[in-house]
Design a binder for this molecule. Structure first.
Ligand code: HAS
Length: 542
C-alpha cells in the first residue's frame, strides 16, 4: 500500500481501537450492573453507559475499521489514490471525527442516552443527531474517494475484470450509501426538527421503520469486510488460491440486493405494519441467507482442498494441516465457526412465530455478540495484526503472533460464556436493555440471576482480552521491528472460469435493487404516514 494511503488508512484504524478500549470498558461496567453486584458511581446512568457501549463498538469501531481497511484494500488492488482522491478521503475522515466528538460529548453529558439505535420516542440533544449525521456524511466522503479510484481503474483497463477486492469494496460502499439514505431521512426530517423544538411530535413507527431500513443493511456493512478477508486473504495465508471469482462476486451482489428490503424483520411485533409486508420481508430475509451459505460452502471447500494438497488423509485429516498457530488464519476461522450458531440464531429471529418468543429478550443481544462481536470483530482483529504492521512498515513477530493467538482464544472463551448465558436467559424471558432488578421478588426473574453472573464472568474475560489486544496493537504501531509485513492477497486458481461481465454491471443490479426496495417499502411507508394517529407528518396519500 502506498505510504500516503497508509497514513489515511491508519488514522481510521487508530480511532477504531480507541473506540474498542472505551466501548469495552462501558461493556464491562454494564455486565457488572446487570449482575446485581455493582452500582454505577457518581450518578452515572445505566442507559448512558449502554449508549456509549453500543455507539462506540457498533457504530464507531466498525465504521472506522471498515473505511480504513477498505482504503488500504483499494490502494493495494487498484493502485495508489490520486492526490485529489486522498484529499477527499482526509476530508471525510475529519468530518466523521468531528461528528464522533460532538455525539460523544452529548452522551457523556447524559444528554443523549438514547442507545445506538436512537429512534423515537427516546429523544436526544440535537447536537447528538447532528454528530451522527456528520459521521454518515463523512463516511460517504471517504467511500467516494475509494469509488473514484475504482472508476479510474476501470477507465484505464477497459474490458478487463476489475480486481476482486476493489469490486467488493465498491459493492459494500454502494450498499452503505443506499441504506444510510433511510437514517439520513429520519435524522433530517424527524429527529433534528423534533429535538430543536421545531415540531412538537414525530411518528414513532415511521422513525423506527426508517431506522431499520438502514439498520439491517448496517449489519451487512459490518459483515462484508469480513467476507472480503475470508474470500481474498485467507486462501493466500493457507497457501491456496481463490477457486471462483464469479461465486464471490455473485455473493456480494446478492448482499447488495437483499440487505436492504428486509428491515421490517426487526419490527415483526409492531402494530401498524400490515402482515403482508412483514411476510414479504421475511421471505426476502431468507434470500439474504443464501450468499452466507454460498460463502460457507466455498470457504470450507477451499480449506479442505488445501488440507488435502498438503497430504491430509481420510475424512478430517486435512483439518490438521491448516495453519492453526497463525493468528492471521485462526482468528477469522473462529469467527466463521461462530457464524454457524450466530447465523442459525438469525434464522430463528427472522421466523415470525419464533420471533414472538425472543423479541426484546437478551437472546437478541446474545445473537449479535456472536455475529458482530465474534464473527466480524475476530476477523477484523486477525486482519489488523498483519494490516497495521504492513501500514507502519513493521513486522508481526512470532512473540506477538503467539499473543494474538492467545487473545483469539480468550475472546472465544469469554464470548462463549457471555453469549451462551444471554441466549439461555433470553429463552427464560429475561429482557434486554434493562438494569438489574428482582422484579418485586418474582420467581421467574430469580432464574435469570445465575446467567447474569455468568455474563459478568464472560464480560470480564473479554475486557482483559481487549487490554491484551490494545497492547499488541501498540506494539505493532510503535515498537515492533521495522520491516515489511505482507498484505496477503490470493490469486485466482488456474483453470477458474472467466468471470461473466454481467456481475460487474452496476446499472443492472442497481435497477433491481431500487425495484426491490420500492416493492418492499413504498406501501408500508405510505400506510404508516397515512394512518399516523398524530397527523404529525402533515401528509396524506389517499
Ligand atoms: Fe441479525 C437482530 C436476523 C445476521 C446483527 N442482528 C440483530 C441485531 C444485530 C444483528 C446487531 O430476523 C440487533 C439489533 C437491535 O439492536 O435490535 N441476522 C438475522 C439473519 C441473519 C442475521 C436472518 N445479524 C446478522 C449478522 C449480524 C447481525 C451477520 C452482524 C454482523 N437479526 C435477525 C433478526 C433480528 C436480528 C430477525 C431482530 C430480532 C428482534 O426481534 O429484535 C443472517 O444473515 C444469518 C445468515 C448466516 C448463516 C450462517 C452461515 C455460516 C457461515 C459460517 C461458515 C463457516 C465455515 C467453517 C466455512 C445461515 C458463513 C466451518 C468449519 C467447521 C469446522 C465447522
Amino acid at each position: 500500500v502506498d505510504r500516503r494511503d497508509a497514513k489515511l488508512a491508519l488514522a481510521h484504524i487508530y480511532v477504531a481501537f480507541i473506540a474498542l478500549l472505551l466501548g469495552g470498558l462501558a461493556g464491562l461496567l454494564q455486565v457488572f450492573v446487570r449482575s446485581g453486584q455493582f452500582t454505577l458511581p457518581a450518578g452515572i446512568n445505566y442507559y448512558q453507559i449502554l449508549t456509549v457501549h453500543g455507539v462506540l463498538l457498533g457504530l464507531i469501531l466498525t465504521t472506522y475499521f471498515i473505511l480504513g481497511f477498505q482504503t488500504a484494500a483499494i490502494s493495494r488492488t487498484s493502485g495508489p489514490l490520486s492526490n485529489k482522491q486522498r484529499t477527499i478521503g482526509w476530508v471525510g475522515f475529519w468530518i466523521m471525527t468531528i461528528g464522533t466528538a460532538a455525539a460523544a460529548i452529548m452522551v457523556l453529558l447524559n444528554e443523549a442516552s438514547v442507545l445506538y439505535t436512537f429512534y423515537a420516542p427516546l429523544q436526544a440533544h440535537w447536537i447528538y443527531y447532528l454528530g451522527l449525521a456528520l459521521v454518515v456524511v463523512g463516511s460517504w466522503t471517504v467511500s467516494l474517494s475509494q469509488g473514484l479510484r475504482y472508476i479510474q481503474w476501470r477507465k484505464e483497463n477497459k474490458g478487463k475484470t476489475s480486481p476482486l477486492l476493489s469490486f467488493m469494496v465498491v459493492v459494500n460502499n454502494l450498499m452503505w450509501f443506499v441504506c444510510t439514505l433511510g437514517v439520513a431521512a429520519e435524522v433530517l426530517f424527524q429527529l433534528l426538527p423534533w429535538s430543536l423544538g421545531l415540531v412538537e411530535r414525530v411518528d414513532v413507527l415511521l422513525s423506527r421503520t426508517l431506522f431499520w431500513y438502514f439498520g439491517h443493511a448496517l449489519v451487512y456493512f459490518w459483515l462484508l469486510p469480513a467476507y472480503m478477508i475470508w474470500y481474498t486473504v485467507l486462501p493466500k495465508i493457507i497457501g491456496a488460491k481463490i477457486f471462483s471469482d464469479s461465486l464471490a462476486r455473485l455473493a456480494f451482489m446478492l448482499f447488495l440486493l437483499f440487505s436492504i428490503p428486509v428491515g421490517v424483520h426487526h419490527q415483526l411485533t409492531e402494530p401498524g405494519i400490515d402482515g403482508f409486508w412483514k411476510f414479504l420481508q421475511v421471505v426476502l430475509t431468507f434470500f439474504v441467507v443464501v450468499p452466507s451459505l454460498l460463502t460457507a460452502f466455498s470457504m470450507f471447500a477451499t480449506f479442505e482442498m488445501r488440507g488435502r494438497e498438503l497430504g491430509g488423509k481420510g475424512l478430517f485429516g486435512w483439518f490438521k494441516k491448516l495453519p492453526w498457530k497463525d493468528s492471521r488464519f485462526l482468528l477469522p476461522f473462529i469467527g466463521m465457526v461462530a457464524f454457524i450458531p450466530g447465523g442459525a440464531g438469525g434464522i430463528v429471529n427472522a421466523s415470525y412465530q419464533m420471533n414472538e418468543l425472543i423479541h426484546n429478550t437478551i437472546w437478541v443481544t446474545g445473537h449479535f455478540h456472536l455475529t458482530v462481536a465474534t464473527t466480524v470483530v475476530l476477523t477484523y482483529f486477525g486482519a489488523a495484526f498483519w494490516l497495521i504492521p504492513h501500514l507502519t512498515g513493521r513486522v508481526l513477530t512470532k512473540k506477538m503472533n503467539d499473543l494474538a493467538v492467545t487473545s483469539g482464544i480468550m475472546w472465544t472463551v469469554g464470548m462463549f460464556i457471555m453469549s451462551s448465558a444471554m441466549h439461555i436467559a433470553g429463552l427464560l424471558g429475561a429482557p434486554r436493555r434493562s438494569e438489574y432488578s428482582t422484579y418485586g421478588g418474582s420467581e421467574q426473574a430469580a432464574e435469570w440471576i445465575p446467567y447474569q453472573i455468568a455474563q459478568a464472568v464472560g464480560g470480564t474475560i473479554l475486557f482483559i482480552t481487549i487490554l491484551l489486544i490494545i497492547g499488541i496493537v501498540i506494539n505493532l504501531i510503535w515498537f515492533a521491528p521495522k520491516g515489511e509485513e505482507e498484505f496477503p492477497l490470493a490469486e485466482l486458481a488456474h483453470g477458474a472460469e472467466k468471470t461473466p461481465a454481467i456481475l460487474e454491471n452496476f446499472k443492472l443490479w442497481g435497477v433491481i435493487l431500487v425495484a426491490l426496495i420500492l416493492i418492499a417499502y413504498t406501501f408500508p411507508i405510505f400506510d404508516i404516514i397515512n394512518n399516523s394517529p398524530l397527523g404529525s407528518t402533515g401528509y396524506k396519500f389517499w
